[in-house]
Design a binder for this molecule. Structure first.
Ligand code: F6R
Length: 365
């Protein structure tokens, strides 16, 4: 049942090229994303959206954080992202022109469902992004955008997250096309880049073994940091959650530019810092932040884009992902972080697929 892998988590990490591919299939027409077959949102409704709320828990919330950047950049609609257990209690401003997007692998998470119901009650349209056909989210949302990751058994979510990112990218490109915020050429370039992701994810997985020695070293620590800026910050939040969840190592994800406002005090000799530097626009600033932690003795594992010859000069170890459009980097960048968590958990001899205190589906609020 584990298809020759030692754990479901490793199997599911390796299923990502297929999960991405299956989530893309049938959603591209003439080289451009078109979801009008499966969404009933009319052109008029799409043009009437004045804000979007992403609401989700855990890993799905982290997908929503990426969604904010993607939608704001491509569609120019203001987006807020909320943890579902907080959403209802902050008295959010929801109107009939608000679009609420709930993201849930299982489609059964109690807080996410409660948020969905509250949003509908307030007159908003709700789009559900879920991986389970017939789940509560799929049944109750006004519109459903499926992720086709297949069953996810390991408690730690991997292929569901990357598929959620794909679904969000597709949704953003659909909105962008209808609202006319991107020209044809840009729409096509984004679509082509999406279609290349499965093979690029595969290329990362072929190098999976190189992450094992890094994990063996991390397994000896009790504390570490993940840092990044922009989209990389959202990706490190997911990397940090994954590591905590299955390796029981405390880690914190920090926006790299914010370290010097307090947290830098925690950087001491030998502490591992995993630094993502995939975003071209902010690369120089990120390198300065890496130098700040290096100067305090941190052992830095940098993750950059293939072909980059700069990052290696300021870090101790480097990992690379293939080049894609900057907005799509998270889909690839998370994979080495998933593998790092996996191998760290294995190195610590822990129950990778069923970490303590956690359940796959959280049906209590
Ligand atoms: C972490 C993890 C959880 C889930 C969260 C939401 O690896 O799996 O954080 O992402 O419980 O679950 P769904 O997506 O089913 O609503």
């Amino acid at each position: 049942e584990k298809g020759g892998y030692d754990h479901f988590m490793l199997k599911e990490i390796h299923e990502q090229p297929k999960a991405i591919q299956d989530t893309l299939v049938g959603r591209v027409k003439d080289g451009v994303v078109d979801l009008s077959q499966e969404l009933s949102l009319t052109e008029e409704e799409i043009k009437g959206i004045d804000k979007i709320h992403f609401v989700a828990c855990g890993t799905a919330y982290h997908a929503g954080l990426i969604g904010k950047s993607v939608v704001e950049k491509l569609v120019r609609i203001p987006v807020e992202v909320d943890v579902a257990s907080e959403y209802r209690y902050r008295d959010p401003i929801i109107t009939p022109s608000t679009l609420v997007v709930v993201v849930s692998q299982s489609g059964e998470t109690a807080d996410t469902l409660a948020a969905l119901r509250a949003a509908k009650q307030a007159g908003a349209k709700v789009v559900g992004i879920t991986n389970v056909v017939g789940s509560s989210v799929a049944r109750e949302a006004d519109e459903v955008l499926m992720t086709w990751a297949g069953p996810e058994i390991a408690v730690a979510s991997t292929k569901a997250y990357t598929s959620q990112l794909i679904a969000i990218d597709l949704f953003a490109l659909h909105l962008a096309r209808v609202r006319g915020t991107l020209d044809e050429q840009t729409l096509k370039a984004h679509t082509t880049a999406l279609l290349n992701l499965p093979q690029q994810a595969e290329a990362i997985l072929e190098q999976a073994g190189s992450i094992q020695p890094l994990a063996a070293a991390i397994a000896k620590h009790d504390n570490l940091f993940f840092i990044g800026r922009g989209l990389d910050y959202a990706v490190v939040m997911e990397g940090s959650l994954k590591l905590k969840e299955i390796s029981y190592i405390h880690s914190e994800a920090y926006p790299a530019g914010e370290l010097k406002h307090g947290t830098l005090a925690l950087i001491e000799e030998g502490i591992p810092v995993i630094a993502l530097a995939t975003q071209k626009e902010i690369f120089e600033k990120m390198v300065s932040n890496i130098i700040e932690v290096k100067a305090r003795g941190a052992h830095v594992i940098g993750l950059g884009i293939e072909g980059d010859t700069e990052l290696g000069k300021s870090v101790d170890e480097t990992l690379f992902i293939p080049a894609t459009l900057p907005l799509l980097n998270p889909v690839l960048a998370v994979i080495p972080l998933q593998l790092l968590s996996y191998y760290t958990s294995v190195a610590r001899g822990l129950n990778v697929d069923k970490p303590r205190n956690l359940a796959k589906s959280v049906t209590v609020e």
